[in-house]
Design a binder for this molecule. Structure first.
Ligand SMILES: Cc1ncc(CN)c(N)n1
Length: 226
């Protein structure tokens, strides 16, 4: 019997190739990604990661297991204080100060839909539903980064090699193992409908990941302003 998380990853594989072949990642590989795309990404992603850590805090409060709480605590620290290294590599590529770049960011449409998908599951359902919607965040980046390294021998002085290696790093497998342990454990007590929701949450977030990259590549914005 396949684990729910094995089914999730199998069904999501096609989107990894699509993201890899879309403009943002191809531009990153060729180091000709526009500064506008990178700045848009950083404005959106700084807010995305802030909210991602807030959702981890919700899950920390929901958990009644100290080891799980410490996992979420570690992840909050990673997202708030360590992942910024990947953002700084993108800011260096643009040649501007990171804090200056991210000023004036907002939840552009595709980022908005993604963040609300995670919050909705955290508030309306439980930890497994939230983690199923959050798992593509580490998983998609791991899969895309490893595909770049498998298909390209990035030069030592490639300006975005650090970003690729940051997300390809083996540490992500430890994080996903913890996510999947919780999701598969909770799925044991779920109806068929509940299990389908977990899979759907994961697949939708994989599509949100693709839309997020394309949002940056096209500098997607809301049409109507306040
Ligand atoms: C939108 C998004 N998805 C995933 C990641 C990788 N943690 C990220 N920084 N931003």
């Amino acid at each position: 019997m396949k684990l729910i998380t094995e089914i999730m990853e199998e069904k999501a594989l096609p989107i990894v190739d699509k993201i890899y072949n879309d403009g943002f990642i191809q531009g990153l590989i060729n180091a000709d990604l526009s500064y506008e795309a990178v700045e848009h990404y950083l404005k959106a992603d700084a807010l995305y990661l802030e909210n991602f850590s807030d959702i981890y805090a919700i899950l920390l409060a929901k958990s009644n297991d100290k080891d799980e709480k410490n996992f979420f605590l570690d992840q909050i620290n990673f997202v708030l204080n360590e992942e910024i290294a990947a953002h700084k590599n993108l800011a260096d590529y643009v040649g501007r100060d990171y804090q200056e770049i991210i000023k004036g960011g907002e939840w552009y449409p595709s980022a908005d839909h993604y963040i609300k998908h995670m919050y909705y599951n955290a508030f309306a359902f439980g930890m497994a539903e939230a983690l199923s919607a959050m798992a593509p965040c580490p998983w998609i980046y791991k899969m895309v980064a490893r595909k770049i390294l498998a298909n390209h021998n990035l030069a030592e002085d490639h300006p975005l090699k650090f970003w690729v290696e940051f997300y390809a790093d083996g540490l992500v497998d430890v994080v996903l193992t913890e996510y999947y342990k919780i999701i598969n454990r909770e799925a044991e007590f779920m109806s068929e409908e509940g299990k389908q929701r977990l899979i759907k949450n994961f697949l939708e977030s994989c599509e949100h990941e693709r839309r997020f990259f394309n949002m940056s590549y096209t500098q997607e914005r809301w049409e109507l302003e306040v």
